[in-house]
Design a binder for this molecule. Structure first.
Ligand code: ADP
Ligand code: MG
Length: 621
């Protein structure tokens, strides 16, 4: 029954939707399949794609493990922790305390950029490359094209950071179905509260961020009661305590400039992480730092107890966040039904012990803490594409939003922990005679003074007709959509004239910038695409050749000599093309093979038709 394989001639790859955990340290994708989410790993590979981009002098950036391997060889051009830079300025990064082996600069609009071979890369572009890596991984694992994705972000991400994530997806050419909070995804993955109402704590300690969320789940509605956390606390900081230990003990033994050398920074970071991970299972481990160019070969045994002393203050900070979240939600620990652990750093025994101690119950650890968020994102992708209707998802905005008023105070427009989507309109007026414009300053945060909150951006409403002070009626509207993205608009109402303004986050990209990056990304993606296409074509050729070989024997006798000669030639050419890397040549051979196999297909089809009419099998014809 050889004809079935010829179906490959009709080659439309299926399109699927996936969930993506775009992590600071690792990223991965998951998909809904057979009534459950599962992570996507190509054969023989891990599902995790290290969130690392290596930009060589020439050619395309490299992403994932291959990029991570470059951290030691070419640290100045190997970018990690991109997520910490998303939608952030240089001040936010605190580079004096967190030195990075690559050069970070600031552009005219205070957006952090990475200087790689003289080109300034935005975090959005670098993040887009990570997404390209994840998509490639997903594509290899599923054999399908990725139509769209749900992407997760830390609950603490502010508007600029969420926008930046959207921009990254746009640059990568990926349609975003929804942006959801990581802890919300984790609760979806565990499917908690399906049978009875529950209050759940999600404790997520990854490489670069810490989030704790309190969720109530009832009748399929997931509501985030409170979130707290720290976008600058994670396993990287655990690593840094060991790097610091190395520095202290090496001071005086090595030239001082060693500590500034990117090669040292990278090697120390990797050695520290390795030692830390070993200490999660062993009571003692060795930190080994070898830098031949400095004649350095340093070994140090670290006990788990010693490591725990170093990280105790960091772990205490996570517990402090938990207490604040509980206070915000007006809950006590005995009202929490379940505790879920998420993120690689929750493998650290001290972290588990402390969380268990605080909440007085064993946390959920059945799902792999590295996979939980992606699995939940896949559940949400499935829900959003109409897969199941019994799960509803409600999120809250983690920080209050407001505008600065005269004197520097903040007028809150949307309170923290408001359920989204939501909007609020408030009336403002002019304070000077004949004032024709109002300058609005949008801020996010809980403090009373605008100067103490995070500035999201400014805009001016112009064209107000001159009137006595206090007469103009300006309605300012804040709206947060289901992705947590903020839109601000203002309208002068007393005269009926309206102006709308466009809100631009301080650290966001302009549309032109996104367009340009899209173009650039596409140029690069084209090269990637070519390579991918060659791999696909080789697979396709293999399948076609096998199908033809199988069908030849029964059908050969029915082929006219001309068609047979043509097909034989095309088969030979295709066999040769299987080792060619030239996309056009491989494509041409594939097309020719398809063409030349049409008479064969027709005979087999004929067979099918005859079989259908006479009830006979092809082989019997
Ligand atoms: P992110 O969400 O930031 O991408 P992950 O959830 O992937 O991060 O966690 C990455 C962090 O987990 C890294 O700091 C890594 O060193 C740490 N980690 C992974 N495995 C272990 C382990 N066995 N013990 C301690 N830390 C670990
Ligand atoms: Mg994570």
């Amino acid at each position: 029954m050889g004809y079935i394989e010829l179906d490959v001639l009709n080659n439309d790859a299926p399109r699927v939707v996936i969930g993506i955990d775009l992590g600071t340290t690792n990223s991965l994708a998951a998909i809904w399949e057979d009534k459950a989410p599962k992570v996507l790993a190509p054969d023989g590979l891990s599902a995790m794609v290290p969130s690392v981009v290596h930009v060589p002098q020439e050619g395309n950036p490299v992403v994932g493990s291959a990029a991570r391997a470059q951290a030691l060889v070419d640290p100045q051009h190997t970018v990690f922790s991109v997520k910490r830079m998303m939608g952030r300025g240089l001040d936010d990064l605190d580079l004096n305390h967190n030195p990075l082996p690559f050069a970070v600069a600031e552009d005219g609009r205070k957006l952090a950029r990475v200087d790689l071979h003289g080109k300034l890369w935005t975090p959005q572009e670098l993040s887009a490359w990570i997404l390209v890596g994840v998509l490639e991984h997903a594509r290899q694992a599923t054999g399908a094209e990725i139509a769209a994705a749900v992407i997760t972000v830390p609950a603490y991400f502010d508007d600029a950071q969420r926008q930046a994530t959207r921009d990254a997806a746009r640059i990568a050419g990926l349609e975003v179905l929804r942006i959801i909070n990581e802890p919300t995804a984790a609760s979806l993955a565990y499917g908690l509260g399906q049978s009875e109402p529950q209050t759940v704590t999600v404790f997520d300690l990854g490489g670069g961020t810490f989030d704790v969320s309190l969720l109530s789940i009832e009748d399929g509605v997931f509501q985030v009661l409170a979130t707290n956390g720290d976008t600058r606390l994670g396993g990287d900081d655990f690593d840094q305590t060991l790097v610091q230990l190395a520095r202290e003990e090496l001071t005086g033994q090595v030239p001082a400039e060693l500590f500034q050398d990117p090669a040292f920074l990278s090697a120390a970071r990797l050695a520290a992480e390795k030692c830390k991970q070993a200490l999660s299972s062993d009571p003692e481990a060795e930190m080994h730092l070898a830098l031949p160019e400095y004649d350095l070969n340093w070994r140090r045994r670290v006990t788990r107890q010693e490591f725990e002393t170093l990280i105790r203050p960091l772990v205490e900070r996570t517990l402090q966040s938990c207490r604040r979240a509980l206070a915000d939600a007006e809950l006590t620990t005995d009202q929490i039904d379940e505790v879920v652990l998420v993120g690689g750093s929750t493998r650290v025994p001290l972290v588990r012990a402390k969380v268990e101690e605080l909440f007085g119950r064993k946390p959920h650890t059945t799902l792999n803490p590295d996979h939980v968020v992606a699995l939940g994102a896949a559940v949400q992708a499935h829900v959003l594409t109409g897969g199941t209707r019994d799960v509803l998802l409600m999120d809250v905005t983690p920080l209050s939003l407001g505008v600065e008023t005269v004197g520097g105070a903040v007028s809150k427009m949307i309170e923290r922990n408001s359920t989204i989507p939501c909007s609020h309109t408030e009336g403002f007026s002019t304070y000077a005679e004949g004032q024709t414009g109002i300058d609005f300053h949008v801020v996010q945060g809980e403090r009373e003074l605008a100067a103490d909150c995070r500035s999201l951006g400014r805009f001016e409403l112009k064209g107000i007709p001159p009137m006595p002070a206090g007469m103009a009626r300006v309605g300012v509207r804040f709206a947060i959509d289901a992705d947590g993205v903020l839109t601000v608009s203002a309208k002068e109402e007393s005269t009926g004239t309206s102006s709308s303004i466009e809100f631009k986050p301080m650290h966001g990209l302009t549309d032109e910038e996104v367009e340009r990056m899209l173009d650039e990304g596409f140029e690069n993606a084209q090269a990637d695409f070519d390579q991918r296409r060659v791999v696909d074509l080789h697979t396709e050729l293999g399948t076609m050749l096998a199908a033809i070989a199988r069908s030849m024997e029964p059908a050969q006798a029915h082929l006219d000599p001309e068609s047979l000669a043509d097909l034989t030639e095309a088969v030979e050419a295709a066999e040769q093309a299987q080792t060619s890397q030239d996309r056009h040549q491989v494509q041409a051979s594939r097309d020719r093979l398809e063409q030349a196999s049409l008479p064969l297909a027709a005979i087999l089809m004929d067979g099918v038709v005859r079989e259908a009419i006479t009830g006979k099998k092809v082989d019997e014809v």
